[in-house]
Design a protein around this ligand. Structure first.
Ligand code: ZN
Ligand code: ZN
Length: 266
């Protein structure tokens, strides 16, 4: 049994519809889904609707660093109201992306700080997106006392030194399809070494499909390939990695996810 701890299941991201993708994933042994509500208020609402309809889906809401420029006070108030919903298990994905720089870096930092403050006020963990911004991401997490709520470094693509700091700051790391890529040696090193109680797995679908599906549109059923690679790197069985990553995800995201895992809907 596996949990996809980070997938984009809104209609725009999920070709053919979320229900069909979830059915294929359930057939592959994936029993719960953390659906990420970013991109717009409409997407956040859409993902919450999915969670209301399906007991195996829980949600996050946030502002992706790409969209940081779109956060004004009106949007913040709306997001804050959505974030209070018990179905929302975390604030995210939030963070810094200096690779694409779709929003100015100072704006990304301001928004990241503001949403960490929101998460702290609600007592919910955060899901962090970080790309080409390791030092600033760690500095913001530390300065904003993100440790008080903790969370996940999603789609982990950094190195061991970063992971050590993230663990110190109360964060887990989540492996995506990147860990299956031949050249991702520093990510593989972390997958080999990371403490067993600090690792999660995710697809980040529709992006970054794992080998052997690389190049295709990703979907939650493909998480099996990522979990299998993590197991291989750790010299563990797939069953063992499935069990510990499920336990870790439930510990991190709380009883709502635990209930989603135990729900039966086919
Ligand atoms: Zn991301
Ligand atoms: Zn994502």
């Amino acid at each position: 049994m596996l949990i996809d701890t980070h997938c984009h299941l809104d209609a725009k991201s999920c070709e053919g519809g979320a229900d069909a993708a979830i059915s294929r994933a359930r057939a592959a042994g994936v029993h719960a889904f953390v659906a990420i509500g970013v991109g717009s208020l409409e997407t956040a609402r859409e993902v919450l609707e999915l969670g209301r309809r399906r007991p195996d889906v829980v949600c996050t809401v946030g502002v992706h660093p790409h969209d940081a420029s779109t956060l004004d006070d009106t949007l913040f108030v709306e997001l804050e109201a959505l974030a209070r919903d018990p179905l929302v298990v975390a604030i995210g994905e939030i963070g810094l992306d200096y690779h694409y720089d779709h929003s100015p870096r100072d704006v990304q930092q301001t928004v990241f700080r503001r949403l960490i403050a929101l998460a702290r006020s609600l007592g919910k963990p955060i899901v962090v997106h970080t790309r080409s911004a390791p030092a600033d991401t760690l500095a913001v997490l530390e300065a904003e006392r993100a440790r008080d709520v903790g969370g996940v470094i999603h789609c982990f693509s950094e190195d061991r030194a970063f992971a050590e700091r993230a663990f110190d700051l109360g964060f887990d790391v989540s492996f995506s399809g990147i860990v299956t890529f031949k050249n991702a040696t520093s990510v593989q090193e972390v997958a080999r070494w990371a403490p067993e109680d600090r690792i999660l797995v995710e697809t980040d679908s529709p992006y970054l499909a794992p080998v052997p599906k690389r190049g295709r549109s990703n979907e939650p059923s493909y998480i099996v390939h990522t979990a299998a690679r993590v197991a291989e790197l750790r010299g563990a069985s797939l069953e063992h990695v499935s069990r510990v990553t499920t336990e870790n995800a439930c510990r991190r995201f709380g009883e709502r996810l635990d209930a989603a895992v135990r729900s039966r809907q086919d």
